[in-house]
Design a binder for this molecule. Sequence first.
Ligand code: 5GP
Length: 194
Amino acid sequence: MKQLQEKILTDGKVLSESVLKVDSFLNHQIDPLLMQEIGDEFAGRFGKEAITKILTIESSGIAPAVMLGLKLGVPVVFARKRKSLTLIDQLYTASVHSFTKNETNEISVSKDFIKSDDVVLIIDDFLANGQAVLGLVDIVEQADAALAGAGIVIEKGFQTGGSMIRERGIRVESLAIISSMANGKVEFHQEVPT
Ligand code: 5GP
């Protein structure tokens, strides 16, 4: 997605060879128009699947997921990283090791919101080593729901998550795939694999 690539080039900050900061439009301040276009792009790519639910993880997956939910007219569920007092029983849970925080969180989703007749699309902001997506896949499997695939805003193609998840036969659509961040310079894969 050209517009997203341009935004990454103008506003993204390369913190190291493997960490990109996009706080000005995705991870802290949010650019609603860009999020809307991201939602439209995901809808174009996954629109033929009979998606009934979008599943993401708090907090940075929520904005693109909601824009897609609005476009497709389906609810958006976000996995919680901390258990709330009102979310105690009847949970699906999975362990997710955070790439950026280097800590393991137990994520949870209420059994009320994903059912065995759902067709679920996973959305997340970044794909690095694939732990967040795998945790969400685990929850979809626990619910016995169908998985339509995973839509990722920014995939770092030089990390292992994308190939690991695609090797499991899961369709991954990433709107920007970074091939390298060496020397502080972001480079993209030109072809977006399906
Ligand atoms: P994974 O689980 O695939 O290793 O990492 C994905 C998660 O880590 C995303 O949900 C995202 O929050 C965070 N993440 C991974 N790499 C980056 C990065 O380069 N920049 C930012 N801002 N977040 C990242």
